[in-house]
Design a protein around this ligand. Structure first.
Ligand code: DGJ
Length: 407
């Protein structure tokens, strides 16, 4: 925590404030509070993520209206040098306000945008979950856009289902036979043991093989070797998939796996630490909060272990750990200081569906217990303010209280 404090302090000393920034430079970050930008408006970047580039931080997110969660403007972007004072920039990816037939026509649903820098092309690539205007959540498309500069403007490239016609990586002949024997029409009743078994074997992956896999809540992860991966809720939100992207980060290569079939994971957030890839996800309860889940794997291609229980702990009556402190993850950001030490920050949204624009943000540093298991304690103060992190190994206590978890 001390390290983060020093990093932020140094960053703020290095900052040469614009006149607008000077007004709110001492804006206090409060978990779940109003977080004013440098113009004094509550930050409007929901379901978003950070990009660190050229020594600056860019925060991209869904620009929400108060009365609807549909995209009326597009993806917002803010810039900061210290992670606390954010200056709003022009819309990064604008919805199409002219062409009603555009996939990103004003009024579409455009969620969870994530931006990464592609070293190989020198371009910035944004992926997002797209639902077509007026079609609810039925389309389940992965959208991609590209820009020459970190803040944009981003040009829409395409939106589609993922890896049409391609089977998941590493399936045995027996697995393939079992999957091809499934027919969604034979399973009209959901949640029965027979249906669950079929979901595990790939009922919906099989159904969508021809047209491509569904992609809703999503994340992009760039590994140390520069390979990028797309992680998304697929198969009717029942199963996650992890798919490799091409070297330009603009398409899928066709290599993908299914993770935790039937677990109903949303909000996938991934990071790598201590020889494992870790995935923190949520359950699937719309805008309402639920308990987070944890998975891990030595290789991104699995096998993935879990659910390893809820990593959130040390909640309060107002911020219960079994409801992810009333929030839902959006990204786990590796915050590196000058000495090269990394603090992983669990960024989460507190959704306000009665006034979407009023949704709030929780940024919580991740701690590791002495087995190297990540735990996310509720940290009331963060970003330059005193930390109240106290306990240790709370995950282990939680584990013993959650007998149905895998570890
Ligand atoms: C939960 C998802 O995580 C959000 O991104 C959004 O799609 C809501 N569901 C919609 O109910």
């Amino acid at each position: 925590m001390k390290r983060i404090f020093s990093l932020l302090l140094l960053a703020s000393l290095a900052l040469s404030p614009t006149p607008a920034m000077a007004q709110t430079q001492n804006a206090r970050f409060v978990q779940g509070g109003i977080w004013p930008d440098t113009d004094g408006h509550h930050i409007n970047a929901h379901g978003g993520g950070l990009l660190e580039y050229g020594g600056r931080f860019y925060w991209f997110g869904e620009e929400k209206a108060s009365h609807t969660s549909s995209a009326l403007t597009g993806v917002s972007v803010y810039v900061s040098d210290n992670l606390r004072d954010w200056q709003k920039l022009p819309t990064a990816l604008a919805v199409d306000t002219v062409d009603e037939t555009s996939p990103i026509a004003r009024g579409c649903t455009l969620e969870r945008p994530k931006v990464v820098f592609c070293e190989r092309t020198g371009k910035f690539v944004m992926w997002f979950h797209l639902e077509l205007k007026g079609q609810g959540y039925g389309a389940a498309l992965a959208g991609v856009a590209q820009a020459d500069r970190p803040e944009g403007p981003y040009r829409f490239v395409r939106a589609e289902r993922v890896n049409a016609g391609i089977l998941p990586f590493g399936m045995s002949d027996a697995d393939i036979d079992a999957m091809f024997a499934l027919n969604a029409a034979d399973y009209p009743d959901w949640w029965t043991p027979k249906w669950r078994d079929a979901v595990g074997k790939g009922l919906f992956c099989r159904r969508d093989l021809k047209g491509g896999q569904m992609a809703r809540d999503q994340q992009i992860y760039v590994d140390d070797d520069g390979t990028a991966y797309h992680i998304y809720s697929s198969e009717e939100n029942l199963t996650l998939q992890i798919a490799e992207l091409t070297p330009d980060y603009l398409s899928h290569t066709g290599k993908y796996i299914r993770v935790a079939p039937g677990h109903q994971n949303e909000a996938p957030c991934i990071f790598r630490h201590g020889g494992y890839y870790w995935l923190v996800c949520s359950g699937c309860t719309g805008w309402a909060p639920n308990a987070a889940r944890l998975y891990r794997a030595r290789s991104i291609w699995g096998p993935w272990e879990g659910n390893l229980c809820n990593p959130c702990c040390e909640g309060t009556a107002e911020r219960p750990a079994d409801k992810t402190f009333l929030a839902q993850g959006t990204q786990i950001f590796p915050l590196r200081n000058a000495a090269g030490d990394t603090t992983f920050v669990f960024m989460a949204d507190e959704w306000h569906p009665k006034n979407h624009a009023d949704g709030r943000y929780l940024w919580l540093p991740i701690r590791f217990d002495d087995e190297g298991i990540p735990e996310i304690p509720f940290t009331p103060d963060f970003l330059g303010h005193r930390s109240q992190v106290t306990g240790h190994n709370c995950w282990r206590l939680l584990r013993s209280a959650q007998p149905n978890c895998d570890l």
